[in-house]
Write a protein that binds this ligand. Structure first.
Ligand SMILES: C[S@@+](CC[C@H](N)C(=O)[O-])C[C@H]1O[C@@H](n2cnc3c(N)ncnc32)[C@H](O)[C@@H]1O
Length: 410
């Protein structure tokens, strides 16, 4: 049967009966894809793994809790035979052959009438990789080929241009805290497709070096503007480039909506009638402490964490932060943009009840090669910032969680 290569085909299984014999690991791995394809799955098996059982409990599959019996494949369009009973497998496969039901066998690929390819999805296509010869089967190789193709499409290292007209517009992409590996798959793909990238100072700057030469990279900090005009100038640049029919990526540090002024850009683009998509990013508020070995919550230690901007001092009339209330909380405080004002923030927290001994960690340039962590307490943090010359960008963590982890400063 394996003298010829398999003929690849996509089965459209919506509402069609698929019989699965055996409820073990193989079924557990294959069922999600069958369900995603809309198949009407009947499982025949005396036992099932807890995950398969949960699918039956949820009504996603029909489970006949018994061994395979002749006639079980009646009405089936497709069968997966994967029980640990060799004799039942052989009988079910024989019925499939007789009834002309395409049948995958987990125990004997050579005798099976169908093979399951290694599959993955990206950019609206399914990548399916099949071996050409059952005898030379190397499932790890097919999986590796699938991974290489899917990963390449996702991260833009394998470029397959779309021939449909691309919708010009702007993608606001959260780039994560700085490590280029910490951008989302979608963000990286959009970056690979961009004609113009307007980037912030923070975020995965290393990714910009990988862009092809035709991509125009604009440093948002260098867009000419008058005093207080920075955001307006950036909005105008986004609109201008998008109106020229270009695909524009606005690459921001962390998440666009965490102190990132993302919504201001979304609103400006909406007013200009420019289509815009927002891609979330990994915010430094959680990932930077994590990179330095600090969990923002920990069982029995902190049941909440509050992310707050420290860019204006607590006694500044522009401050929207209720520092006295924050001082009364027992959980974790994560302060962004707070290096300059940390002395006054610490004084305020102590004045309103937080212990001067509360541990504090300052994590500078987290997730980058220059990451460093400096530890202090609320009582000592002002002096520590000076003595250790801590500089922005830094995430400051206040609370007992600082003391629970193992520092993984790198
Ligand atoms: C304007 S806010 C933007 C926050 C961003 N949108 C986010 O979700 O992470 C900039 C502040 O984020 C923090 N920050 C961002 N990236 C950082 C990094 N890699 N290491 C330390 N702090 C960082 C610093 O407190 C910095 O001053």
């Amino acid at each position: 049967m394996a003298e010829h290569p398999a003929y690849p085909v996509g089965l459209r299984l919506t509402g069609r009966r698929v019989v699965v014999v055996g409820g073990g690991q193989v079924a557990q791995r294959r069922l999600p894809a069958l369900l995603a394809a809309g198949a009407d799955v009947v499982l025949v098996s005396p036992e099932a793994t807890p995950s398969v059982e949960a699918m039956a409990d949820a009504g996603e599959i029909t489970w006949q809790r018994r061994p395979y019996a002749e006639g079980d494949l009646a009405g089936a369009w497709y069968a997966l035979v994967a029980s640990d009973d060799a004799e039942a497998n052989a009988r079910a496969s024989a019925e499939a052959e007789r009834e002309r039901v395409w049948c995958v066998r987990s125990d004997d690929a050579d005798r099976a009438t169908a093979w399951t390819p290694a599959t993955g999805q990206s950019e609206g296509v399914t990548v399916a990789v099949l071996t050409t010869d059952a005898r030379g089967r190397d499932p790890r190789h097919t999986a590796a080929v699938r991974d290489a193709v899917v990963e390449g499409l996702r991260d833009g290292t394998l470029v397959a241009p779309h021939h449909r007209t691309r919708t010009p517009g702007v993608a606001l992409v959260g780039g994560g805290p700085g490590d280029p590996d910490l951008i989302t798959v979608r963000g990286r793909r959009l970056l690979a497709e961009a004609d113009v990238v307007i980037a912030d100072r923070l975020g995965p700057r290393d990714l910009l070096a990988e862009l092809p030469p035709h991509v125009e990279v604009i440093d948002a900090a260098k867009i000419p503007y008058g005093r207080y005009m920075a955001q307006e100038a950036i909005n105008n640049a986004l609109i201008e480039h998008a109106r020229k029919g270009r695909s524009v990526v606005r690459l921001k540090g962390g998440d666009p909506y965490v102190f990132g002024r993302g919504m201001e850009e979304v609103q400006a683009l909406a007013e200009a009638g420019i289509p815009c998509t927002v891609v979330p990013g990994i915010s430094s508020s959680i990932s930077v402490p994590g990179a330095a070995g600090i969990p923002v919550t920990h069982r029995g230690v902190a049941h909440e964490f509050t992310v707050v901007s420290g860019h204006v001092a607590p006694d500044d009339e522009r401050s929207l932060v209720d520092w006295p209330s924050l001082a009364r909380l027992t959980g974790t405080l994560v302060i962004l943009m707070g290096v300059d004002k940390m002395g006054r923030i610490a004084e305020t927290l102590i004045a309103h009840g937080r212990s001067p001994d509360t541990p504090v960690a300052l994590v500078q340039e987290g997730t980058t090669a220059a990451q460093r962590r400096v530890d202090a307490t609320l009582a000592t943090v002002a002096e520590t910032v000076r003595a250790e010359d801590v500089r922005p960008p830094a995430v400051i963590v206040v609370g007992e969680v600082v003391a629970v982890g193992t520092p993984t400063d790198r």
